[in-house]
Design a protein around this ligand. Structure first.
Ligand code: PLP
Length: 387
């Protein structure tokens, strides 16, 4: 019998050892770069991999280990490594499998910096890529070459919220010996567990929901033990994207409330999305939680819920978008998401080239925080009259 998934219990207790912490419920912050040994023999045993023994924090640290144990259990993966940022996790995951001459198939509306990794950075090392419409399995299959090593997914994508069929993508890639990597930052393991659907590697910007309070930049990579061991030995150790113990501690603190926060974000986002969808000055709402989302059914199949990030296409030109944004009172203007505070990000203020990526000028991303949904609706309602 498969074990029932209990994320709240995992978040609260997985990996915690209060008996070893004088009974404290909050873990100690092992704010140290190195660990010492009483004898030659003890040091030698540590270098030979004695379990539970630490050497240097740019490797393993007990505070970081606690976050890693919780995240691995939440995702249902064998192991997890946390990083100094989401991009450190993303680039380590990609570099783990890529060699000169390799090719990556990735969804076109990827997070902009991951997009730049493939478009600007990887070609320096002779690594090619094809961007595809992730909604179309045939297009994905057609882009695969004999040199394709990775199928890189982000479902939903974080601006237009398109989905990929994860089980189908995993099957397609596996048949061809291609590794699948997914950025699961939007749904989190509370609503989507890609490893259970056959995906090989999950990455996160833990700066978002996992930490949950907009006070830490962090990343996570979850996969089978062998892959994580290799990442730790190579990409993590050599490129050095190591998280500090205090940031790891903040991540643990945030993880404890992840399941309850996600449910609150979902409930509020649905209410806001319904309001926006019915508004005459909104052309379109991109949110997988709405029945009108073209992939709503796929979303219901592969996710158990929808989170708090969505986008709207305003019936407005650039001046209208400016007026709308400046009229907002509760929504702050800002990048990122996953904290307690609601945010608005007009695509027109970013360095993303809307025409290159196919985004309309009236596109505004909204992050629905933990305020009362009615307060957010009232704020949006008045801002929608600003032009
Ligand atoms: C979907 C997604 N993935 C990855 C990242 C990168 O994470 P970080 O900012 O923690 O490096 C971000 C950051 O905004 C993101 O939105």
């Amino acid at each position: 019998m498969t074990k029932e998934y209990r994320p709240r219990t995992i978040a609260a207790h997985e990996g915690d050892t209060p008996a070893a912490w004088q009974g404290a419920v909050a873990p100690p912050i092992y704010e140290t770069s190195l660990f010492t040994f009483p004898t030659f023999e003890a040091a030698q045993a540590a270098f030979r991999g004695a379990p539970g023994v630490y050497i240097y924090t740019r490797g393993w640290n007990p505070t970081a280990r606690l976050a890693e144990q919780k995240i691995a259990a939440l995702e249902g993966g064998e192991a997890c490594k946390i990083f100094a940022s989401g991009m450190a996790a993303v680039s380590s995951a990609l570099l783990r499998f890529l060699r000169q001459g390799d090719h990556v198939v990735a969804v076109r509306s990827l997070y902009s910096v991951t997009y730049r990794f493939l478009k600007e950075f990887a070609p320096r090392f002779g690594i090619d890529h094809s961007f595809v419409d992730g909604r179309d399995l045939k297009e994905i299959a057609a882009a695969i070459r004999p040199t394709t090593r990775i199928l890189y997914l982000e479902s939903p994508t974080s601006l237009l919220f398109d989905l990929q069929d994860l089980a189908a993508c995993a099957a397609l890639a596996r048949e061809r010996g291609i590794v699948t990597i997914i950025d699961n930052s939007w749904a989190t393991p509370i609503f989507q567990r890609p490893i259970q659907l056959g995906i090989d590697v999950v990455v996160h910007s833990a700066s978002k929901y996992l930490s949950g309070h907009s006070d830490v930049v962090a990343g996570a990579l979850i996969a089978g033990q062998k892959i994580v061991d290799e990442v730790v030995r190579h990409e993590h150790a050599i490129l050095g994207g190591n998280i500090g113990p205090f940031e790891a501690w903040l991540l643990v603190r945030g993880l404890r409330t992840l399941p309850v926060r996600m449910n609150a974000h979902q409930a509020a986002a649905i209410e806001v999305a319904r309001f926006l969808e019915a508004h005459r000055r909104v052309r379109k709402v991109h949110y997988p939680g709405l029945p009108s989302h073209p992939q709503h059914e796929l979303g219901r199949r592969q996710m158990s819920g929808t989170s708090g990030l969505l986008s709207v296409e305003l019936d407005a030109n650039l001046d209208g978008v400016r007026a709308f944004t400046n009229a907002l009172r509760l929504f702050a203007i800002g990048v990122s998401w996953g904290g307690y505070e609601s945010l608005a990000l007009p695509i027109a203020v970013t360095d993303v080239k809307p025409e290159e990526r196919g985004y309309p000028v009236g596109l505004v991303r909204l992050y629905i925080g933990l305020e009362e949904p009615q307060a957010l609706v009232e704020d949006l309602s008045q801002a929608l009259q600003a032009w």
